[in-house]
Design a protein. Structure first.
Length: 125
């Protein structure tokens, strides 16, 4: 594994840790570890900037889907300061994954996320 590959996989792991943090304090810490101070998050349902707004979007998703967690779906790919990866939102009870998407992230020099461009591939009816 190259240093660059590790950089992209580490960024994706920190990103998912933030999305999976149930406790608000742990979520704030995970968002700060994953995103640059002025980092942003954009998908079809949200367009926010900064740690507090990103944490609020994550909290909203967790409230909408209690008992679910995010996991990678496939491998993380990247070049330069850009990485992409697919993910699923999985039920902790039955393993179903009603929501899936694909994110493209840009990283700063420290490997923290500058921006996320998210796409939703599968949503519940």
């Amino acid at each position: 594994m190259s240093a660059d590959t590790d950089r992209y996989e580490s960024a994706a792991a920190r990103y998912l840790r933030a999305w999976n943090a149930a406790d608000p304090g742990a979520r704030r810490e995970a968002v700060a570890a994953a995103w640059a101070e002025d980092g942003g998050y954009t998908d079809p349902l949200a367009d926010v900037r900064g740690h507090a707004e990103i944490a609020a979007v994550i909290a909203g998703a967790r409230e909408q889907f209690p008992g679910f967690g995010f996991r990678l779906s496939g491998r993380v790919d990247g070049h330069h300061d850009i990485a992409r990866f697919a993910w699923e939102l999985v039920s902790e009870t039955d393993g179903s994954a009603p929501v899936a998407g694909f994110d493209v992230v840009t990283l700063d020099e420290e490997g923290r996320i500058r921006s996320v461009h998210g796409f939703l591939d599968r949503l519940p009816s």
